[in-house]
Ligand binder design. Structure first.
Ligand SMILES: N[C@@H](CCC(=O)N[C@@H](CS)C(=O)NCC(=O)O)C(=O)O
Length: 363
């Protein structure tokens, strides 16, 4: 397909998997280039200002870093095939599950990568950091370049104390998603939505491609592994559509309930903590983290960092609700009741944020 969009990405990367899968689905035509050390130096740092992947340079030379901004860009400029359900309940669930994949499943993804797949992960980091060096040198370079990622694991809450609960929750999630996939090819029927792309980030690079985790997924949830294979197939093959009448499949409720019970309390606390932070720091750049808070998974409570960016993802799910009429609003409220997400009903974001030039700023 003729196009000069370039995706700088790598196979080991969480968000590269999301961007790649979406761009193939969207059929916009792009070339993927390996984001090695030189790409970081020559393209990513000068264009974005900090080291991160994936980065897309569009054919008009615009640089897009964030995968949700990438999705928004192509959903707004190239309509078919769409990843945004046209009806309100499905659009809301799609955005919620994108938030879940991006900002919560990072906990099991990072846990399994660094506890069970460390050797493989290091060899993959070596390819990014020192692509042309001999293997031993690559591994040495990988220890250095992956140090920040390894240090983040306990900060995300994936500590040895939390490990059994994180694994229990992930296996339960796999079983719940597997049951859903006995009935549907994608989250909302026969066609993927932004929620599918959010989930494929962790479920591809870390939890399918890393060898121990891939075996676990194939054993515990073979249909989830097949879904990953559908999500990464080239060309991306879709024959169906979203379910009629704005229906949320009943088999999705256990996943949504899991999200509300685990991630929900952290979302509410984040909204409070970010508002508190703003009262004393409103002239300061918004930091990547603003302290730690409790989180509870399968009855076990640990601590994890509070990430302001997550509120931006939450806002993307909630903002469209304010434009709904009373009838549609009631439908969303009923859905939130059914998934134990009552606390999100009418939630006020006290210190809204937005993104500008690849950075989070106060809205
Ligand atoms: N929200 C961003 C997240 C990007 C991200 O976290 N990328 C990871 C690799 S998958 C990274 O480069 N992390 C380095 C860092 O955040 O310092 C997106 O959607 O693109």
């Amino acid at each position: 397909m003729p196009s000069n969009h370039v995706l700088y990405a790598a196979p080991l990367s969480y968000f590269s998997g999301k961007a790649r899968s979406y761009l193939h689905y969207k059929q916009v035509g792009f070339e993927e280039r390996f984001a090695d050390r030189n790409v970081y130096q020559d393209i990513i740092l000068p264009r974005i200002g900090y080291p991160v992947m994936p980065v897309t340079i569009l054919d008009n030379d615009q640089a897009i870093q964030d995968t949700s901004e990438l999705i928004d860009y192509f959903e707004n400029t190239s309509h078919s095939p769409s990843a945004t359900p046209p009806t309100p309940k499905q659009a809301f669930v799609s955005a919620l599950l994108e938030l879940y994949g991006d900002e919560w499943l990072v906990i099991p993804a990072m846990h399994y990568r660094w506890v069970y797949n460390k050797d493989f992960a290091l060899s993959e980091f070596g390819k990014v950091t020192a692509p042309h060096a001999p293997k031993a040198e690559q591994l040495k370079a990988a220890e250095k370049s992956s140090a920040m990622f390894q240090a983040v694991v306990p900060m995300l809450g994936a500590t040895p104390q939390m490990a059994p609960a994180i694994e229990k929750s992930y296996i339960n999630f796999l079983h719940e998603f597997n049951t859903h996939l006995e009935h549907h090819d994608f989250l909302l029927g026969g066609k993927p939505c932004t929620g599918d792309f959010g989930l494929v980030g962790p479920l591809y690079a870390h939890l399918y491609r890393d060898p121990f985790s891939g075996d676990l997924m194939k054993k515990e949830a073979p249909l989830v592994a097949k879904w990953v294979e559908r999500m990464i197939a080239i060309p991306f093959n879709v024959e169906g559509d979203y379910l009629a009448n704005d229906e949320i499949p009943p088999t999705l409720y256990p996943l949504l309930k899991r999200q509300m019970s685990e991630q929900g309390p952290c979302l509410l606390d984040l909204v409070e903590k970010l508002a508190d932070f703003k009262t004393t720091n409103k002239d300061q750049a918004i930091p990547r983290t603003i302290g730690m808070h409790d989180f509870t998974v399968e009855g076990e409570t640990g601590k994890r960092i509070i990430i302001p960016y997550t509120q931006w993802m939450l806002q993307r799910a909630l903002t469209p609700l304010s434009k709904l009429d009373d009838k549609d609003r009631t439908k969303i409220d009923n859905l939130l009741n059914d998934i134990n997400g009552q606390t999100l009903k009418g939630l006020t974001i006290k210190a809204p944020v937005t993104r500008e030039n690849h950075k989070l700023i106060w809205a």
